[in-house]
Every structure is written in C-alpha cells, then in structure tokens.
Design a protein around this ligand. Structure first.
Ligand SMILES: [Zn+2]
Length: 689
C-alpha cells in the first residue's frame, strides 16, 4: 500500500511529489536525463574522503552527489528518475511499433490514443466542441434532482485510499471497489470525499501568507477558465465557486484521518443515506451512478459526505453549475486547446516546483499508460523482462519470506497466538513479480485517432464500468493495481498481496549478472521492506485473509511500540537543516519497514549463497551494504527536502541509508569504531523483530 504507513518502496522526490501532489499527477513527469547522467547514477559514485562510519550515505553516494545536476524542470534527480526515464523510453519505442498495427486491434488502440493526444493542432482546431455536450448538459440542469443525477452519472472509480493512496478526486465523491474491510469474500463500494481543485483542505484553511496568496491565484485561475468558456460575469462566478469549495473543504477530513483505517470503517446502508446525509437526492444519485443494486457502502469520510450533501441543498443551483463548468474543464485541460493547458500549468506548476512543462510526448506517454496500462505493459514486459529474471526474483521472494518467518519464529517476546497469526499471514501472502497473471481486456474501450478528449472520457468511463462489474463476482487477490512499466512496488493489505512491477526490477535494483549480495542489498531489501509493511503499525491491523481485525495481544503491541520508540528517537536526531529535524514518529512505519526489510534481506542473502554452495564473507557483506546505500541514490532541491521532512511518511533518502547502523555485520564489514558519528553501542542498535 502506498498510503501513509504502508507504502511501497524507496520513493525518491519525484514519487514523493506525485504522492503528495496528486492533483497535478499528470503534470509531474520523469526527468529528461542524458545518457551520461544515467551512467553517473548507475556508476560507482563513492566518496573515499568520507569514512563509512562517519556518514555512510556520503561515503557510498557522495561522489555521485557532488556532480549530479538537478534538471531545470525537476525538483530532484536520482535512481528512480533514471529508471522511470528508461521505462518511458521503452514505452516510446513500443508506441512507435504500434503505429504499424492493424486498425481496430488492441495494439493499435495504443497508437491511436497516443497520436490523438499528441496532435495539439487538431485539438486546438476543435476548440471547445468536444466538451460542449457536457457544458450543455450542465447548462440544462433545472433543479436539484437533476443536479444529483448529474453528480451520480459522473461518479468515477478514481480513488484508492489503501493500495495506491489515491485520495484525491475533483468529483464531489470518489468510488473505490475492493474486498470488504470485514467481508473478504465480496467486493464492496467505498465512498471517499472529493470536489476540491486544490490538493487538500489545508490549502483552503491554513493561514500562512503563501497559502493566502495561493488561494487568491486559484480564484483568479477559476475566473480565467470561466471567461475562456464564455461564462458571463466570470469574476463573480469564480468567487462563488471558490466560496463553495471553501465550504466543501471545511467538511473534509484532514489527511491523517484519511490514513486511519479505524476512522474509515463506517458502513452505511443505502436506505439510510437520505437520513444520515440529507440534502442530496441519494436515490437519484445512486441510480444515475449505476449503484442502485448495492445495499451498503463503506463511508471513508462520513463528515465530508454529510457536509457536501448538505451543500447540494443549501447552495444555489447557479453556483453549482459554474462549479461544475470549471471542474469539467479543469479535469480535462490537457486534452482541450493549448490555452487551457497553459493556464492550468501556470497555476498548478507553482505547487509542483517546476517552471516549464515537459515535452508533449511525455504527457502523451503518461496518458496512454493511464488509459491502456496493461496493453502497453504486455508489450513492455515482452521486451524488458525475461523469464530468467522472473524466476530468479521469485527465488529471492521465497528466501525473503522464509527469512522473515524465521525471525518471527525465533522471536522471544511474541505470544504464541500472535506468532501463529503472523506466520499464517506470511504464508498467505501473494507476491506478484513483474506483471499480473492475467492481462486486462480493453476490447470494450473505444479509441479514436482524432479525438483526444473523447478518448479520455471513454477511458475513465471504461474504468468505472470495470469497477462496477466486480460487484457480485468472486474476489481476485492476484489483481494488480499498478502497471508493469511503472517504477514502484506496492503492498495491498486487503488482498494480503505485494506486487513488484517489471520496471522496478531493472538494473541496478536487480541484474541477472550481478552478485547475490548486490541483488539482495538492493532489490532484496525492498522486497523485505514491502513484506514487513504487512506487520507495521497499520499493516498489523489486517489479518491473514486481509480483513480488518486486531489479532495482536495487548502485551505484544506494547512491546512492539516500545522497540519502535527507540527507532523514533534515532530518526529524531537527524537534522537536514539547522532548524528542522526528521520526524521519527511520522516516518516510523517506513523506518520499521526499512530496518526489518534490511535485516531479513541480510539473512536471505546468506541463505541464498549457501544454497549455491558459496560462503558469505566480509567482502560480500560490503557489497550487500553498498548496494543497499546506492539504491537510495538521489538529490533533491532544498525546498523539496523541507516539504518531504514536513509532510512525507518516508524519511529523506540519506537517512534511510543510515539504517545500516543497526546491523552488527555492517560494523565488521566497514570497520566502524566507537567515536564515529554513526557508531551505536550494541545494545542501542534497534531490532524490531
Ligand atoms: Zn514503505
């Protein structure tokens, strides 16, 4: 899960930003790195003037860091950017080949989607014509029942609060269909808050001068868009739209509540909605959304649902119509005439820290990946992920699962009952390597080579219909929520599953020709990290089936929290800026995952060498720890580093590298002595499991 405490892997700034700034996800792109820069990220990069025990990150990555340049349009540069760049290049080559495919075939849809998106001349020429039917539909709304129908008809499956941490939608609400919190065997609908143009309620409510200015700019941007859409009295209309959003924001749950499973665990019967959240005609809403057969929903944000439903009745229809006009355009600005795209970029780029947009091709690749992800993924995997690599990584996963089982088995303080549940959970874990077991079928998606806007609308409706079709079907715990060509990894607690997309399983994270120690130091530690998320403070709330249930004894939980405390203190000491320290508590779940993952991978690499009749030694230990450090190689701008420290659930990369100081073997391998900055007395080294 990519959420607060259960996310994926080692996200460098780019992924952190994509995570933290979801509203601009399609404006955030991979860096444009030159081949020399890519080689540098992958290269040795050691700084021999630094003692490993003084600063292990500086020693392992300092040589690279000194020379690394952050591209103008980027907030950072590093290993994951480089892999993302390689993946985009591979996808670009695939798309070129699909241009030759027979019209009407699934493969040809890739080419058509991409080309339609790329053809800005055609998009400009059509003006607002593609979106006009939608604007007309908004104009024709004549009462609140019609408004409820419009809102329901445009509900989309565009959120996922657990696996991908997609908790943002511009629609008033968002739907996620997944295994039930308490009924693993059936699919359930989860309803989330939405409806804001800025990323989070904080942007509407915080009092800092930056935020005040941002809000003024946002209102101006709304006015600009409405003017361009020929809405009369656009300035006044923009003010009313902003005021409505402010009211929606006040009803929203704060970010920390969104990642709290217990606060999200509210089941409402459909029959009770009109009573529990009056103001919106829920019958009309659900009927238009195609949800009338569902008898109950899980309400992730009950206060927001109530507040927003109330606003539907208390705010004038005319204001709602302007609000809908603005959001209809804002959501699709990238496939409307360039004037709209430029205005959107001008406003939102202030939030993402980039000053120039990427090449249109980059956005087109992104959009194609979003719409036809697994169709592209199928071709990506065929060219970039060998069966040998898959088999080799499978055996790493097996060794990692065994190492973690052994650690739990050998644990001296866990109650027998907790231990049994934990071992069962490991045993039940599904691990996907590279790509899903079965590919998605896109035959129901119509793609036209000359209709970028229509393609985007149809792709989003197609996703929605796919989500609805899950109701009543047998559940599938092997289903993926990420494309194989995405550089990431994910732990999905409701499925008790972990997936590693092929684009992440590339050199230097994994290389068939690299040593066992190197592969385990890099990829092995990530596999261990993801598995151990199943047992961090949030993961531990889900049992072996994937249901939300407390299976820990009180004493075990207290003990777990006590050893976690030492890790909190360790990270609290790190200061990237004189006035700002890393937040040990905020980053705890990730730091536990790093530590347990690294320890498990260390055990697993020794086991793997012995399986091959090889003997691990200090030299191979060195390789292991160096590969671990290198896998975090990244450099970000100071402003971004500050944002990460303040808001992200991951500690900055340079401190994640220092996790090694809790492993005895690291001291031996690098001859680390008392008095050196990273030295910890043996009893001060943290061991969670
Ligand atoms: Zn994580």
């Amino acid at each position: 899960m990519k959420s607060q405490k259960l996310p994926r892997l080692k996200p460098i700034a780019l992924l952190c930003m994509a995570l933290a700034l979801p509203w601009s996800a399609n404006l955030v792109q991979a860096a444009n790195l030159t081949p020399e820069e890519i080689a540098a990220v992958k290269g040795d990069g050691i700084d021999n003037s630094v003692r490993p025990g003084q600063d292990f990150n500086k020693y392992a990555n300092g040589g690279w860091e000194k020379n690394a340049k952050i591209p103008e349009n980027k907030s950072g540069v590093g290993l994951d950017d480089m892999l993302a760049e390689e993946s985009d290049d591979a996808v670009a080559r695939i798309i070129q080949k699909t241009l030759q495919a027979e019209p009407g075939t699934a493969t040809r849809k890739i080419a058509d989607y991409y080309q339609a998106y790329l053809n800005t001349a055609a998009i400009d020429q059509r003006g607002l014509a593609p979106i006009q039917p939608r604007l007309d539909a908004i104009g024709a709304l004549n009462d609140k029942a019609a408004l409820a129908t419009y809102l329901g008809k445009n509900l989309r499956a565009d959120v996922d609060p657990i696996n991908n941490t997609h908790v943002y939608t511009e629609n008033l609400f968002g739907l996620w269909v997944s295994q039930g919190f308490h009924h693993h065997s059936k699919y359930q609908g989860y309803l989330l808050q939405g409806g804001l143009g800025l990323p989070d309620r904080e942007y509407y409510l915080a009092n800092s001068s930056d935020m005040v200015k941002l809000r003024a700019n946002y209102q101006d941007y709304i006015a600009t868009v409405l003017k361009m859409a020929n809405v009369p009295n656009a300035d006044l209309a923009a003010k009313r739209v902003f005021d409505l959003e402010l009211k929606i924001a006040k009803g929203h749950a704060p970010r920390e509540d969104t990642s709290d499973m217990l606060k999200a665990d509210n089941t409402w019967r459909k029959a009770d909605f009109n009573k529990k959240a009056p103001g919106l005609d829920w019958n009309a809403y659900f009927s238009a959304a195609g949800l009338d057969k569902q008898t109950e929903f899980l309400i992730w944000h009950p206060t927001a649902l109530k507040a927003s439903a109330n606003l539907v009745s208390s705010i004038s229809l005319d204001t709602w119509k302007d609000y809908l006009r603005f959001h209809a355009i804002n959501q699709r600005a990238s496939v409307l005439p360039s004037a709209f795209f430029n205005e959107k970029f001008k406003f939102y780029s202030a939030l993402s820290g980039t000053s120039v947009p990427e090449a249109r091709e980059k956005y087109a690749i992104n959009a194609t990946n979003n719409a036809l992800g697994e169709e592209v993924g199928k071709l990506y995997v065929a060219e970039n992920f060998s069966p040998e690599a898959k088999e080799s990584i499978r055996s790493m996963v097996t060794n990692l699962l065994a190492a973690l089982s052994d650690r739990i088995q050998g644990n001296t303080w866990l109650a027998a009952s907790t231990k049994k549940e934990a071992l069962q959970k490991i045993k039940n874990t599904y691990v996907g390597v590279g790509y899903p077991e079965k590919w998605r079928d896109y035959s129901g998606l119509e793609v036209k080579a000359d209709d970028a806007y229509g393609n985007a609308e149809r792709a989003s409706a197609f996703e929605y219909q796919r989500a609805l079709a899950k109701f009543g079907q047998p559940i599938d715990d092997t289903e993926w929520c990420m494309n194989p060509q995405l550089v990431n990894a994910v732990n999905m607690p409701l499925q008790n599953a972990i997936d590693f997309p092929a684009a992440y399983l590339q050199s230097p994270n994994f290389d068939l020709n690299a040593s066992i120690a190197t592969n385990y130091g890099a990829l092995g530690a990530t596999i261990g990290h993801e598995i151990s998320h199943s047992f961090d403070n949030t993961g531990a709330m889900f049992d072996a089936k994937g249901e939300l249930r407390n299976w820990w004894t009180k004493a075990d939980l207290a003990r777990f929290n006590a050893s976690a405390k030492a890790l909190v203190a360790q990270f609290d000491q790190y200061r990237p800026f004189p006035d700002l320290a890393v937040k040990g508590q905020q980053t705890l779940g990730e730091n536990i995952a790093d530590l347990v993952g690294l320890m498990a991978s260390y055990d697993a690499y020794h086991a793997a060498m012995k399986q091959k009749g090889l003997q691990p030694n200090e030299a191979t230990d060195k390789e292991f720890f160096m590969a671990y450090a290198k896998s975090f190689r990244s450099k970000v701008r100071d402003e971004v580093l500050r944002t990460i420290v303040i808001t992200n659930e991951h500690a900055p990369e340079q401190y994640r590298v220092q996790t090694v100081r809790n492993l005895d073997a690291w001291y031996k391998a690098f001859d680390v002595k008392p008095g050196e900055a990273l030295y910890l007395e043996p009893k001060a080294r943290v061991k969670v499991w």
